[in-house]
Design a protein around this ligand. Structure first.
Ligand code: F6R
Length: 610
């Protein structure tokens, strides 16, 4: 999604802005731009479609100087990918604006602005922000007041930074629905949509809250809430590693993140389990009392996080005896739903900023859920701040657009939650012991499973000329099949569908022929015999299968079936372990196909618009 960087300093800020944009590149974008203003009033603006390097190459001594500046990477929502639609957008050669989010009433605003004599020169909704601020400047008395008045007219979501060419001493920022963070320097200050952009220049951050408008000068940050009242927002010291954005010798972030899984899962368990169970208080202060009352869990998430939620449902019902529903956030937020008594609203998100998930949480608060818990990877995110309880997955920065380590750490978190809820709801000692011993062995099982990479790389060759594929799993491996299919389609652009294999005969069998590879996830569990029958159904119709199976499941490679043996592991952690070969498969298929693995086409990392 779009990225914002802004800076106000005594020094030239152009490199700070460009480095900030580069650090946001992973989020996905199609064009970029920068506007710079010098203390002597000189102004320059450069915009380019394509990568940030295209923009950097277009900047030279003449247009690359400014003590204050704003910059943006755009992921098109309104209007095509053109230089003219790239930000910053300017009104009357005076007000320059960068914006994340969507101004939903932009058509009505355009008409209003046209009637006032403004010409509309782009296809974007953002242009209306620039003109609206400009139109209110004369009557408002200051840029701050003009922005405060302007935001009252906007419906939708915005994180925006506004610069006045006639005043190089301040930037005004406003946030509603799209995240913005202020970075504090010494005699200089910064702004970004993600703290990652600012790590080279500061570790001290202020996270703006919904409705906040702030005035940022070199020495001061003044924040006003949605009612225009001055407010203090706390300063947070970030402990994110400056190098979190490096590939660390790997060819792609995705591969690095796949190989980080043993470490991050270990980190996520450290201090949270011991030999006899969970360490108390791991879900936060007061959480144990709240969780003790939970009788139903409603899970809300999108994409990969939704697949984690689907897996969690199997665990919560099977082991913890707690009923559970799982729903995609964009559906949940727009339909009438029934709230069960003592219901916990559980959101799952890597970024903590996914617009639909956040909106679903806000809706749920009105619906009367007993409490909300988020399982999230970003401590400073809106979901963490707005939920009653937060459980951090500790996966570290995930840069590859295709989620990998975020997913396995989410699943690890759900095994902990299963124990926490199960202990209050009659979980058997044997199940608790099985999950616990699985968790203790998990980091080393992940390590062992990653050694399959070479044989999976060879297997991937067979997919490079395929256009379609089917993924099959049963029980808690069905969501893992779904996640495998999502990974493959995201980064290799091969059409992939996942089915619970018992469902094959109800339709999808019609698709089977030698051109449709069928990927089967087959751990040695109580559904194995059923799964084997489904495999025979495919074989009888000439399908070619790729089976990821436990050695004891006794699948043998032959002319219709390639079998990769996955290390033996206990039932509880099998969904996590079987995820890894599917991640590796999609990575190597994408590599062979030569796609942009870390930034697949049309996708963005953090989906902060609806
Ligand atoms: C897939 C992927 C997306 C995200 C989804 C939700 O690889 O990354 O499907 O899982 O956009 O994002 P979060 O988890 O940040 O809410």
């Amino acid at each position: 999604m779009c990225g914002i960087v802004g800076a106000i300093a005594e020094r030239n800020v152009v490199e700070i802005l460009l480095e900030g944009l580069r650090r946001l590149e992973y989020r996905g974008y199609d064009s970029a731009g920068v506007a710079l203003l010098s203390n002597n009033g000189d102004y320059s603006q450069v915009r380019r479609t394509g990568k940030v390097n295209e923009l950097a190459n277009a900047i030279d001594a003449k247009n690359g100087m400014g003590n204050v500046g704003i910059a943006h990477t755009r992921w098109a929502t309104h209007g095509g990918v053109t230089e003219n639609n790239a930000h910053p957008h300017v009104s009357k050669d005076r007000i320059s604006v960068v914006h994340n989010g969507i101004i939903e009433n932009y058509q009505a605003l355009r008409e209003e602005l046209k009637a006032q004599g403004y010409s509309i020169d782009t296809d974007t909704d953002t242009e209306t922000i620039a003109h609206t601020v400009h139109s209110l400047l004369a009557t408002s008395g200051s840029l701050l007041a003009a922005v405060q008045n302007a935001v009252k007219k906007f419906h939708g979501a915005y994180g925006t930074v506004v610069m006045d060419r006639e005043d190089p001493s301040r930037l005004i920022v406003a946030r509603s629905g799209s995240p913005l963070v202020i970075g504090l320097g010494i005699g200089e200050n910064f702004i970004a949509s993600d703290q990652m952009a600012l790590l080279p220049v500061t570790r001290r951050f202020i996270y703006l809250e919904e409705g906040d408008v702030a005035e940022i000068t070199r020495r001061e940050v003044k924040i006003y809430d949605a009612y225009g009242q001055p407010v203090e927002r706390g300063v947070v010291e970030s402990n994110i590693n400056h190098d979190a954005g490096d590939k660390g010798g790997y060819r792609h972030y995705m591969l690095k993140e796949i190989y980080e899984q043993p470490t991050v899962v270990r980190n996520g368990l450290q201090g949270r389990i011991n030999d006899s169970g969970l360490v108390s208080g791991i879900f936060g202060e007061g959480a144990d009392e709240l969780l003790a009352k939970v009788k139903h869990v409603q899970i809300i998430a999108c994409g990969t996080s939704y697949h984690a939620g689907m897996t969690a449902r199997y665990w919560l019902e099977q082991y913890a005896n707690v009923s559970c529903n799982v729903e995609i956030a964009s559906e949940f937020r727009y339909r009438k739903s029934v709230v069960h008594p003592n219901s916990l609203l559980l959101t799952i998100s890597q970024s903590g900023e996914t617009a639909d998930t956040l909106a679903a949480l806000r809706l749920a608060k009105e619906l009367g859920y007993m409490a909300s818990l988020t399982v999230c990877n970003v401590e400073s995110s809106s979901l963490v701040r707005e939920s009653d309880m937060a459980f951090m997955t500790k996966a570290g920065a995930e840069i590859g657009v295709a989620s990998t380590k975020a997913f396995t750490t989410q699943l690890t978190a759900f095994l902990l939650l299963t124990i926490a809820l199960g202990e209050k709801n009659g979980m058997s000692a044997a199940d608790k012991e099985m999950i616990l011993s699985g968790l203790h062995s998990l980091p080393s099982k992940i390590e062992e499973t990653l050694t399959l990479a070479k044989s999976i790389e060879v297997l991937a060759e067979e997919f490079s000329d395929k256009n379609h594929s089917l993924f099959l799993g049963r029980g808690e491996q069905y969501p893992i099949a779904m996640e495998g299919a999502l990974k493959l389609k995201e980064i290799s652009y091969i059409h992939a569908e996942a089915y619970a294999s018992g469902e094959l005969k109800h339709g999808p069998l019609a698709l089977i022929d030698e051109k449709m590879p069928v990927i089967v996830v087959a751990p040695n569990n109580e559904l194995l015999e059923k799964l084997k029958s489904n495999v025979e159904e495919v074989r009888a119709r000439g399908g070619i299968m790729y089976v990821f199976a436990d050695k004891n499941a006794n699948f043998k490679s032959d002319e219709t079936m390639r079998v990769i043996n996955v290390p033996n592991c206990n039932e509880a952690i099998a969904p996590i372990v079987y995820t890894l070969p599917l991640q590796l498969l999609s990575y190597y298929v994408a590599l062979i196909k030569g796609t942009d693995v870390d930034q697949p086409r049309n996708l963005a990392k953090s989906v902060t618009v609806e």
